[in-house]
Unconditional design. Structure first.
Length: 154
């Protein structure tokens, strides 16, 4: 049995001076599931996507089980599965010879990834027919609602 970790992040007002971001994680282990979410002000969509992946991996307590991580972010998927090796070899410079954005988060994600014996990242289409990804998206939106004070109490 493998653990499924669905991750999503978002940012309302991305690229604007004042914004609100949220991340959501939906974990499934057999018949058990768990939801996690959180938010930040003055952030970016990419940072929230990375935070979702980081928090999702941190939530898996048994690092020896097989884990499938599902992300709809091409940025996170490509970064962790192919770009990161080149960035490290080039002193954390991207293809334009500029410093890699969000290096501190990439380092944390890489550190979390290394803790697992069997970990696979998978790219899924966002806002499509993947129920786990849709649930993670709803959790990210819940976090943003809470940050904006729109969510009710209780």
């Amino acid at each position: 049995m493998r653990c499924q970790v669905y991750c999503d992040g978002g940012c309302r007002g991305n690229q604007q001076r004042e914004n609100v971001g949220g991340w959501g994680v939906y974990l499934v282990w057999g018949e058990h599931d768990k939801e996690l979410w959180g938010g930040e002000a003055d952030t970016t969509n990419n940072k929230m996507e990375l935070r979702a992946a980081i928090e999702g991996l941190r939530a898996v307590k048994n690092k020896t089980v097989g884990v499938d991580v599902y992300v709809d972010s091409a940025y996170v998927y490509n970064g962790i599965t192919s770009w990161i090796g080149g960035w490290m070899k080039k002193g954390w410079k991207n293809s334009k010879k500029e410093p890699v954005a969000n290096k501190e988060l990439w380092l944390v994600l890489l550190d979390e990834k290394k803790k697992f014996a069997d970990l696979t990242f998978n790219k899924v289409r966002g806002h499509a027919d993947n129920a786990g990804n849709n649930r993670a998206d709803a959790l990210a939106n819940r976090a943003m609602d809470e940050m904006e004070g729109e969510a009710g109490t209780g």
